[in-house]
Design a protein around this ligand. Sequence first.
Ligand code: GAR
Length: 298
Amino acid sequence: MNHNILVDFCQMLKKLKARWKVNSINLVLIITTFAMGGSLCGYLGRTILALSNLENYKLVWFVFYIIIVTLLWPLSVLAISIPLGQFAFFKRYILKVWQKLSGKKKNDLAVARIAIFASGAGSNAAQIINHFGNSENINISLIISNNPNAGVIEIAKKAGVPYLLIEKERFFNGNGYLPELQQHHINFIVLAGFLWKLPTSLIKTHYKKIINIHPALLPKFGGKGMYGNRVHEAVIGANETETGITIHYVDELYDHGDIIFQAKCQVVENETVDTLAEKIHALEHAYYPKLIAEIIQK
Ligand code: GAR
């Protein structure tokens, strides 16, 4: 095979993987389902038409064939998708096709379109993206970062989630990137290690629609300058025997809005910043995605 064709083909597969948010094995199974479902549909369509005695009316036969095949296609791919383990994907896919064809967009209120704001490695963002990869009601629609070197940008690229790099001047003194949020139909904001305070305009337009995770039991160890390892240092320095995570609504003050959820862990003797950071991340990854779903479903 010509080298360029092969490269194009691999790139197309890569794009499909990112777009459908699936791994290589699932991609192969999905393509197989499309192929087998299409053949089954064609075969069933011709068999049904053979019983209809319409061969002499070519145009009617053709129109009838198109109608039957259109109706049979979803049933055929769904049937094939079951033994190939791809039913959930095709159920979602067919629903989307139907919504496009019928011009019916999902009600914006029924679908949460989340923007994740993050400044660092993005391990929480990655967990959240994975958790909602197959969700019909919750879509991770945009990653926003103030840091061009943040790990979260790579995570967004790999997952095929659009991302936006923002700059201070426009964020605080301009329009807070509201037009971009509207363009992506964002109706819920999740902060996951985002180090800038949000501008008041954004908090007002998204009242009770912005949540944050903090790596300590607020109101302890919160406030300006308290983020990431600095929090763990302070916890260890204060000889605390327990710490944890806090998920809270965001208001105009640092780490201040109503608390939604807390989970605790022990601070043991000889605890280091690294060991504590590991424990805290484990708690965050276990709880944040689940809590996001609960808060949105409320
Ligand atoms: C998380 O531990 C989060 O709680 C903390 O930053 C870390 C980001 O990690 N947030 C704050 O300190 C906010 N005050 P991640 O980039 O791996 O998700």
